[in-house]
Design a protein around this ligand. Structure first.
Ligand SMILES: NC(=O)c1ccc[n+]([C@@H]2O[C@H](COP(=O)([O-])OP(=O)(O)OC[C@H]3O[C@@H](n4cnc5c(N)ncnc54)[C@H](OP(=O)(O)O)[C@@H]3O)[C@@H](O)[C@H]2O)c1
Length: 214
């Protein structure tokens, strides 16, 4: 896939590195491509292709937003024509909201003509996006892939998110529901933040759905 990642911070660089390793074409779209901050953020990916936001978006089929959520309205102006492109929103409106919308997902839905939008890659820490494999404390230390979740009404956008989650190394990417579950998926992310940070369990924990065999 031709992917533009908007933002080159923790989440953007983690996802970008894995998708490049999986063979996708990745271009980072940032406010200031030449800034030392951008280069530092992308030191995991020395040969990263970095452009301004419009330039990155124009050549891509999939736009992955990894900025603070309140940048959403400003980003829509920068994107240009998004017809036919899938938008993946990784943001969580915890500290800041893209007023008057509850989440960036809702802002993209309202401010673009695009329906192919999905909330995904928001429900775990960036370290888990960089490495979604956990060694189990069992004989032979087998590795287990953790899970990702995607919400929104667009089947097409979800199918793209599922493929990209698997290409990133997640074991599964479960359908979390439609537009009515987008805010719940942000609350799910807040549950991870609560456990990892507020309750002090540390950022090396992750969600895995377990189903009993009948
Ligand atoms: N950190 C996590 O573990 C984690 C996990 C799940 C979801 N998230 C969500 O993912 C998003 C990114 O988190 P992060 O930790 O990757 O943040 P980060 O490391 O601070 O990176 C944010 C990126 O967004 C860019 N940016 C900021 N404001 C912008 C604007 N108005 N227009 C365009 N670009 C802008 C920054 O570029 P500049 O250099 O130009 O400032 C930077 O490249 C947040 O919404 C967060 O809620 C984070």
């Amino acid at each position: 896939m031709k992917i533009s990642i908007i933002g080159s911070g923790n989440v953007g660089s983690a996802l970008g590195r894995n998708w490049l390793n999986a063979g996708h074409s990745v271009v980072f779209g940032v406010r200031n491509p030449e800034s030392p901050k951008t280069r530092k953020a992308l030191e995991l990916i020395p040969d990263a292709v970095v452009k301004d936001i419009r330039g990155a978006v124009s050549g891509s089929d999939v736009i992955v937003v990894t900025t603070p959520p309140d940048a959403a309205a400003e980003l829509v102006k920068e994107f240009g024509d998004v017809t036919g492109k899938v938008i993946i929103d990784t943001t969580n409106s915890i500290m800041k909201r893209p007023e008057p919308y509850p989440t960036a997902y809702h802002a993209f839905k309202a401010l673009t003509i695009n329906e192919d939008i999905v909330k995904c890659f928001n429900s775990t820490g960036f370290e888990n996006m960089l490495n979604p494999l956990y060694k189990l404390d069992l004989p032979g230390n087998p590795e287990l892939g953790i899970d990702m979740f995607a919400a929104g009404n667009s089947r097409r956008a979800k199918d793209v998110a599922v493929q990209l989650a698997k290409d990133c190394g997640f074991a599964e990417c479960y359908d979390f529901g439609g537009d009515d579950k987008v805010e719940l998926l942000e609350k799910f992310a807040l549950s991870w933040i609560n456990l990892a940070i507020m309750q002090g369990h540390g950022r090396t924990l992750a969600f895995k759905l377990i189903k009993r065999k009948q």
